[in-house]
Write a protein that binds this ligand. Structure first.
Ligand code: BES
Ligand code: MN
Ligand code: ZN
Length: 490
């Protein structure tokens, strides 16, 4: 569910934070290892808590008070925000909201004490944290807890901070709208989120945000010769959809930024069937597609002056009497033939035809986003997405976007030596290269289809969702992608 939240800045009252009006909850983010300067009621309260050992001046500490003497806001939470950098602030606001989100607070004020001057990145981090923390999935769970009553958040600003902080809040809010859309799509189970559902989501977005959407059906893809995409789709009862969504915010002849998102709405592995354990998580195998929709939403929501095209090859990977078999050879849209040695390496098969199709858009750059390999999770874990590009400038742009958005990536190699693994005796290439360097050989496979493009690949297998008790989609890498696209706007 999308939370509509009003984000504003508010000037710090001359009399001090305790005199702040208009808020029924006050979250004070305390930074640094010394007691920060604050007005008396708050300073006394915090000093006493530190003295009593109930609040340490270190990251992650939390202290709550209700109807504290001399403080206007009835709910008061102190949280320690480390050095006050945007990353620490995002964590602190998330932690500080936890005791408030199920309660009665409706108007929250957030103040940062003892930290650096607030900049746009701080505002963005605050908005991101609020949306991230308050999100509740309820599409297929009527018993989910009700949405928090919080409807407005103000960020208390000192002299000269308000303009930048307000711009940051607005940007964070727009990015969060995209991230939330991506989470909503990816969290839906495979029987709800089908290729047809993804096409409908794109059409909905077209209506609400002025995009142009085109959906190629199986027949259209057959005529074009998308043999690799169709081979994956052929085992399923669900019709495949090849979705193209365009946002035209730039000048007519601006070459578009193109994002290609893997849209496997469920990955059983096909005839190379996956084991049962955790197979349910393969409903998240359309996380790349979801991030493309989310980025379109964020960029269009900000009316950025850029042309952006999202391409989503969407289908299910199922075993059946019609399914593609190990050893089958197919002809891709590029004309290159592929021996499908493992039907579970399906993501690269749908992406290669989408990358070839993207050539006709004469793009400025193409970035594909895919939950592509378990090997990437082994290599990088769940913190950084894997970034692959032979183009140093493009790689640098994407890495910088990830750092700025607090949605980081890490560059991986693409040396030609890795290409060896894809050799086949029966086709131009095989679709797998063995266990060693699995994330890299997958990227090398895609690289064979990008000779005419400025191209980068993001493997988000470790970052698109969380497992365990907090199982759910993260909406990543919408923040990275949105920053990247914005940095390319006029
Ligand atoms: N969607 C999976 C990748 C994946 C697996 C992401 C587990 C996150 C967790 C992809 O389609 C896949 O199955 N890849 C195979 C490739 C292998 C057969 C070369 C993999 O990673 O095991
Ligand atoms: Mn697979
Ligand atoms: Zn997959």
């Amino acid at each position: 569910m999308r939370i509509i939240m009003d984000f504003k800045t508010q000037a710090a009252p001359a009399a001090g934070l305790a005199a702040l009006t208009g808020a029924d909850a006050l979250l004070v983010v305390v930074c640094g290892d010394k007691l920060p300067a604050m007005d008396k009621p708050l300073a006394d309260l915090l000093a006493a808590a530190v003295k009593d050992g109930d609040f340490k001046l270190e990251r992650g500490q939390l202290l709550q008070a209700w109807r504290a003497a001399g403080v206007r806001a009835p709910r008061l939470v102190f949280v320690h925000g480390g050095d006050g950098a945007p990353k620490a602030l995002r964590k602190a606001v998330g932690a500080g909201l936890a005791p408030l989100k199920g309660g009665g607070a409706q108007r929250l004020a957030i103040a940062v004490a003892g930290g650096p001057a607030l900049e746009a990145a701080h505002g963005e981090a605050v908005a991101a944290a609020v949306h991230e923390t308050l999100y509740v999935y309820r599409e297929t769970k009527p018993s989910a807890p009700p949405a928090a009553r919080l409807a407005g958040v103000t960020l208390v600003c000192g002299k000269g901070e308000a303009t930048a902080a307000a711009a940051g809040l607005a940007r964070g809010d727009a990015i969060a709208a995209g991230t939330t859309l991506a989470r909503e799509c990816a969290n839906r189970p495979g029987n709800h989120c089908t290729p047809t559902f993804l096409a409908e989501q794109a059409k909905k977005l077209a209506k609400s945000h002025g995009l142009k959407v085109e959906v190629l059906e199986r027949k259209d893809c057959e005529k074009l010769g998308m043999g690799a995409f169709l081979a994956v789709a052929q085992g399923s009862e669900q019709p495949p959809k090849f979705i193209v969504a365009r946002y035209n915010g730039g000048a007519k002849d601006d070459a578009p930024v193109v994002l290609v998102g893997k849209g496997i709405t469920f990955d059983t592995g096909g005839i190379s069937l996956k084991p049962a354990a955790e197979m349910d998580e393969m409903k998240f195998d359309m996380g790349g597609a979801a991030s493309v929709l989310g980025t379109l939403r964020a960029v269009a929501g900000m009316k950025a002056r850029v042309n952006l095209v999202g391409i989503i090859p969407a289908c299910e990977n199922m075993p059946s009497g019609r399914a593609v078999k190990p050893g089958d050879v197919v002809t891709s849209l590029s004309g290159q033939t592929i021996e499908i040695l493992n039907t579970d390496a399906e993501g690269r098969l749908i992406l290669c035809d989408a990358l070839t199709w993207a050539e006709r858009l004469k793009p400025a750059v193409v970035v594909d986003i895919a939950t592509l390999t378990g090997a990437c999770v082994i290599a990088l874990g769940h913190h950084r997405s894997g970034l692959f590009s032979a183009d140093d400038a493009l790689a640098a742009e994407l890495l910088a976007a990830g750092e700025a958005a607090l949605d980081p990536a890490w560059r991986m190699p693409l040396d030609e030596e890795y290409d060896e693994a894809l050799k086949s005796n029966f086709a131009d290439m095989g679709n797998v290269g063995g266990r060693a360097g699995g994330a890299i050989t997958a990227a090398m496979f895609l690289k064979r289809f990008t000779a005419k493009l400025r191209w980068a690949h993001l493997d988000i297998a470790g970052t698109a969702w969380k497992s365990g008790a907090a199982k759910g989609a993260t909406g990543r890498p919408v923040p990275l992608l949105t920053h990247f696209v914005l940095s390319r706007a006029r």
